[in-house]
Design a protein around this ligand. Structure first.
Ligand code: ACO
Length: 401
């Protein structure tokens, strides 16, 4: 008789924790979440204060370096990022290999991973200088690649970065500008977009960040690690939820149909879930959703538009938050519930929503990846399993089965 636990080395203390709901895979100084109280801090600073008073470049510096920059440091950092916004000319040929109707996240997975083929001088992960260059390259080139993915999908020519603009202004111009026509960045939209980027910049060990860390733990190059993070983010239970949430709101259409969808979400036999609702860590209102809801109103005002889908979203939230099912399970709107409404008002198609999330989260991924590499306790990530298959048995030739 073979003791199957010994055969597979499963001796001693062993925890079985599907989805890692209560296992810390690392220690981190970057982001703190108190899900019961609805608190999110980056390096100690509340997300609401950062979203209201800071800029995405400043938050990127904070996440990467641990402290808010001085005015000179911020200026230097922004210039460095601007210097790296161009992508290699040959990278454009990668885009042309994709079908016109390819999902932009599919393009992002491929193209970001392909960066490692262009930047051999920033793939030695143990050299701090190379790690820094790779980090700056990733943060700087992601908006360019995201805008190219958009341009490719609508059949328009790619626009080169204009480094006289802000990080976010530059991205908006590369996305919505067309060659030989002046493009004025709307300051209110630029501010709203910058804030959306801040809200998505990092969120401790979420699925995509854990994926980046796991991929990076083997020593894989940073570009490949980010591509792994993008792939994970794409799923509808994670970054894909903003696209799914807006699609759901459109499908609901008018507030009178909300009860039907609420009933479906509560039905155990129906796989339907309210997209943009619920969170693994927040068992209270997601503080990012509060800022996002406020930003919807600001964008509508700045663009002088309205969208009945926002009214549907507000009504859905109100009904859900008064329903015992959602109250007992502590299901609140998350960051994705309102983001789609803003992004579509700005002019992005739903297929770009997760791309924008990936753009912003690259900062968090890069910061977490750097922290992991420099952690003296860092080991290759290697979860164990609870084996539930057959015990040892003898092979029978195919003719005897
Ligand atoms: N609608 C209806 N019921 C829900 C929802 C929802 N959106 N979310 C969770 N529940 C229910 C589950 O059915 C489950 O019920 P049960 O205990 O009777 O089985 C209970 O609440 C707990 O749900 P879990 O899936 O176990 O919670 P978990 O922490 O694993 O999942 C998740 C969190 C994936 C975010 C989930 O709430 C969900 O699928 N939400 C919709 C997708 C979404 O908005 N994702 C974005 C997350 S935020 C982000 O990635 C930026």
């Amino acid at each position: 008789v073979v003791d199957i636990r010994k055969l597979y080395g499963q001796t001693g203390a062993f925890t079985y924790d599907p989805g890692f709901t209560s296992t810390a895979s690392c220690r981190s100084e970057i982001t703190y979440i108190d899900g019961d109280e609805g608190v999110l801090l980056h390096r100690g600073y509340p997300i609401g204060e950062l979203a209201e008073q800071s800029s995405f470049m400043e938050v990127a510096y904070l996440l990467l370096n641990g402290e808010l920059p001085s005015a000179d440091e911020l200026d230097g950092f922004s210039r460095t990022i601007s210097r790296h916004t161009m992508v290699h000319e040959q990278l454009a040929t990668f885009f042309r290999g994709f079908r016109r109707d390819a999902h932009p996240m599919a393009i992002m997975c491929g193209v970001v991973g392909a960066l490692s083929a262009f930047y051999h001088d920033s793939t030695d992960i143990h050299d701090p200088q190379q790690r820094m260059i790779a980090s700056h390259r990733l943060i700087a080139k992601i908006p360019t690649i995201a805008a190219m993915a958009y341009k490719y999908s609508v059949g328009q020519p790619f626009l080169y970065p204009d480094n006289s603009l802000s990080y976010t202004g530059n991205f908006l111009r590369m996305t919505f500008g067309v060659p030989a026509e002046p493009y004025e960045v709307n300051p209110a939209v630029e501010k709203a977009m910058d804030r959306i980027f801040i809200l998505h910049a990092d969120h401790e060990q979420n699925a995509s960040t854990s994926t980046v860390r796991l991929a990076g733990s083997s020593g894989a190059n940073p570009f490949a690690c980010m591509a792994a993070g993008i792939a994970c983010l794409w799923g509808p239970a994670h970054g894909g939820a903003n696209e799914a949430a807006l699609n759901m709101l459109h499908e609901i259409g008018t507030p009178d149909r909300i009860p039907e969808y609420i009933a479906r979400a509560k039905d155990k036999n129906d796989p339907f879930r309210l997209m943009g609702f619920g969170h693994r860590v927040y068992k209270n209102y997601d503080p990012r959703a509060t800022v996002m809801q406020k930003t919807v109103r600001e964008v509508f005002e700045a663009l002088n538009v309205s969208d009945p889908v926002f009214e549907t979203a507000l009504k859905l939230e109100e009904i859900a938050l008064n329903d015992p099912y959602f109250v007992e399970k502590k299901l609140f709107p998350n960051v994705d519930f309102y983001s789609g409404v803003i992004l579509s008002a700005i002019g992005f198609p739903t297929s770009m929503f997760t791309v924008l999330f990936a753009l912003a989260r690259t900062v968090g991924w890069v910061a977490q990846w750097n922290e992991m590499i420099t952690d003296p306790d860092q080991k290759i990530g290697r979860p164990r399993q609870l084996y539930t298959g057959p015990t040892q048995r003898s092979y029978t030739p195919v003719g005897e089965r």
